[in-house]
Design a binder for this molecule. Structure first.
Ligand SMILES: Cc1ncc(COP(=O)(O)O)c(C=O)c1O
Length: 474
């Protein structure tokens, strides 16, 4: 096999072999060495206090470092070092601390710091109206909204709405998926990291193999998205309330075949099942379109949004669902309070979201993400091709490919040392001033702000190459 595979996608065999893990492992050799390197650092005391004060979290404690500032594409650590934040938990489409978002929040909270439930307010209503205008496909102008404080809660809300409207309780989602860490969302997701030791989960959460990447061996040559038949086979029982999925898997940037979602959409409609797209990390321009589902020409019944909605400052998420669901379920909904949350109409959250949507649309950031994403992915391919050529066979560095959709970019490593190299590389990059995530164990995954400068992407390319060179020698 070539040591550099320029295909945009990997084979389904690779996907199956790779156990999708949400984030970076924090218990490996490289992590231990990184932690030892923090001895004597400015952050040490705070890291120790953090570890004593918070419950341990598998993917995030002990923490990597302490930060004191976040601005634009940078986070600044306690030692004053600027780190390009290409992780940012996918909240920083407009960069950290965008002045217009801050100004909108400040102005709003001075007048209206809180809106008690049972009252409404201008920013919240305006936000719902704006989301309805900007919604994808047939949802545009024909939707209703509920707002909540976190993505996981929004996923649970979408599923409860689907249950209420269909009168069914089952869901289909992808094995190894992630939809948040509440009991409800963890049960929809398929990763045991979030459900281990939790006892019996609510019944009816069915999991199906994720879509193939191309080329795959299900379709002969020309892909027709036959892997969607796996979903249809489960739908056939006729008792499924909703299919819940990310249109594009953000953690590994795996893009389904072009026909996949239209086949699933058609099957859902035929079986009376709702299609819920979780666009929490992929929405709001990240994919090069306002919504990732627009790349497939498919509209969900319910769109779930979050993360960058609050401009990376205020926690706010929500659902945008077909208006008919409100009318269809009106009798049941009249006696249900699905979106009953203390901060369900947060003026500060709504102001932050409205300012963010204004920046995204005015500055055409989705189109910018499409343009910069393709050119940066191509630059990375070329640079990595040269690197793989120069690396000795014995080093075991193999790059399977660079995938991107807008400014979601993944470099997938291959070969027996892939996991080890990806894990070590993360720390090499951090030490050189670039933060990213390892997704699925073998992918270096980069989510820069959509208003990133070209020169900053070039700097990131140099750091990635230098870090891989250092890592493969180790
Ligand atoms: C696809 C997906 N769904 C849901 C969530 C949960 O969002 P939150 O952390 O805001 O609850 C996440 C968070 O990473 C996510 O990536």
């Amino acid at each position: 096999m070539s040591r550099f595979d320029q295909q945009q996608n990997t084979t389904p065999e690779t996907l199956l072999a790779v156990k999708v893990v949400e984030g970076d492992a924090n218990n490996g050799v490289a992590r231990t060495a990184w932690a030892a390197g923090m001895e004597g650092s400015v952050a040490r005391t705070l890291l120790d206090r953090d570890a004593r004060a918070f419950f341990h979290q598998s993917l995030s404690t002990p923490c990597l470092d302490a930060i004191i500032k976040a601005a634009g594409p940078f986070i600044i650590n306690a030692a004053g070092r600027r780190i390009l934040d290409f992780h940012g938990n996918s909240v920083h489409q407009v960069g950290h601390g965008h002045p217009e978002v801050i100004e909108a929040i400040e102005r709003t909270v001075r007048a209206l710091p809180f809106s008690p439930r049972r009252f409404t307010n201008e920013p919240a209503v305006r936000l719902a109206e704006r989301l309805i205008e900007l919604a994808p496909g047939e949802l545009a102008g024909n939707a209703r909204v509920l707002l909540v404080p976190s993505g996981a809660v929004a996923v649970g809300l979408a599923v409860r709405l689907a249950r209420a409207v269909t009168g069914r309780h089952k869901t289909i989602s992808f094995a190894g998926s992630f939809h948040g860490a509440t009991l409800e969302a963890a049960w929809i997701g398929g990763q045991d990291l979030f459900t281990r030791g939790m006892g019996p989960l609510p019944p009816g959460a069915l999991h199906v193999e994720p879509p193939c990447s191309q080329p795959c061996n299900l379709c002969d040559g020309l892909c027709t998205g036959r892997c969607a038949d796996r979903v249809e086979a489960l739908l056939a029982a006729g008792d499924v309330a909703a299919v819940v999925a990310e249109p594009v898997r953000a953690t590994t940037v795996h893009v389904p075949p072009p026909a996949y979602w239209s086949r699933v959409r058609e099957a859902c409609t035929r079986h009376g099942t709702l299609l819920i797209f979780d666009e929490i990390p992929t929405g709001l321009g990240r994919s090069g379109r306002m919504w990732a589902c627009e790349h497939f020409g498919v509209t969900p019944d319910i769109l779930v949004i979050g993360k960058g909605l609050g401009g990376g400052i205020v926690p706010i998420a929500g659902i945008v669902g077909r208006a008919e669901l409100n009318d269809a379920g009106v009798i049941r909904l009249a006696n249900l309070s699905l979106g009953h949350f203390t901060h369900e109409k947060s003026p500060a959250g709504a102001a932050a979201a409205l300012a963010t949507l204004e920046i995204l649309t005015r500055d055409a950031l989705p189109a910018r993400a499409a343009m910069l994403g393709s050119s940066w992915a191509q630059d990375l391919r070329e640079a990595l091709f040269d690197l793989a050529d120069a690396a000795s066979v014995a080093s075991g560095l193999m790059v399977r490919g660079v995938r991107n959709l807008g400014l979601m970019v993944a470099v997938e490593l291959g070969g027996p040392r892939a996991r080890d190299i990806a894990d070590r590389c993360l720390y090499e990059m951090l030490a050189r001033g670039l933060s990213c995530k390892v997704g699925g164990g073998v992918n270096l995954v980069f989510f820069p702000p959509l208003n990133i400068e070209r020169t900053q992407l070039e700097r990131a390319t140099s750091i990635i190459i230098e870090s891989l060179m250092m890592t493969q020698r180790a």
